[in-house]
Design a protein around this ligand. Sequence first.
Ligand SMILES: Nc1ncnc2c1ncn2[C@@H]1O[C@H](COP(=O)(O)OP(=O)(O)OP(=O)(O)O)[C@@H](O)[C@H]1O
Ligand SMILES: [Mg+2]
Length: 354
Amino acid sequence: MGEAENVEINEPRAESEIKSKSNVVPVGIKVGSQRTVIAKGNDILIIETCVKEKENPITGEKDYVVGNEAAELYGDEAVYMLRGGLPGNEEEAELLKIFLTRIANEYGIPENTYVTYGIPSTEAEEGVNLFKKVVSQVPLGWAGKEVWNDSFLSALALPEGLGMLDRTFVVINAGSTTTDVVAVRKGEIVFSMVTGEVSGDIVDRWIKNEIMNETRGAVNIDLSTARSYKERYANLKEWKSIQETVQLFDKGLYSFRIDEAVNRPVERYLDSLVDFITLEFLPSLAEFNFKMYKKALESEFIMSGGMAEIPGVKEKFATKLSDALGVTITVRCPESPLTASARGALLISNLRVE
Ligand SMILES: Nc1ncnc2c1ncn2[C@@H]1O[C@H](COP(=O)(O)OP(=O)(O)OP(=O)(O)O)[C@@H](O)[C@H]1O
Ligand SMILES: [Mg+2]
């Protein structure tokens, strides 16, 4: 995806079809591999992007449990249908359609909405096309819809808001399955790269292994538990000793130290992120557009995505990146980096509905 420009994905309706523009509800939706975030007015909904297919015990018909309820009831059995924020094939697209339709219904998002969607950078045109097909089929965005790059949108959640459209910066969108790095110049995405080698999911795997080692194999947690440990305890700002106690079948209550098992993987994650930026992203950017590369080094780096929620991650990342590059890099995060893209998307929808 080369540009931040919006992509019109439905034919504009005749004016007469829009009953009253003032009734149109502006909405921003960021669909992520792990979490979908919906911003509407002052409401922010954070919903697990998963579906569990089941059979109705009476009629034998197929039925679905979706979102947070599916995650809570079925854990690792719930299907997260997206990788890198997009469907990869028709089946995943179908699950995404079921998910969005059910979510719209359950959370009372009306059809008469103007929806701005945020999706990740990708080289896979196929995924983007499937995504557009899905959003044209869900009962949302009756007044219109458009799709933007979600890393770009997250920058609009900074206090400058739409003022960011005029700026030059780099966004690092640190998600669950992928990390996107995007160079933006005056509202235009000049260059972007995506990696699956640096991701929140990998940190979860490292945490699981660290806990196995720490407890000499006594505690073997699943990945969703590792993720919740990370979300609860990861903290590079105030590193304090934390004990976790679990119930083991054969040993009864068992305590172990968890702070190191969680924070060490986060440090390692930042090291790989810095490597990705200095050894892959920046050299490729320099090759692609040397002026932009020079400009990027003088610009702000904006960190968003769920991994940027970890206390102290921004500061640690700024230090590590500045050390690696030998220049001082300023790193900023929008408030609540997990929901920033959806809030940026809402700004665009507000603009369209005004
Ligand atoms: N408070 C928190 N502390 C630590 N990690 C967090 C927190 N909140 C979310 N995360 C982590 O951030 C990641 C999810 O980020 P995000 O919602 O931006 O991803 P996504 O957009 O759904 O995924 P992708 O970009 O791969 O499609 C997960 O690894 C999650 O565990
Ligand atoms: Mg993402």
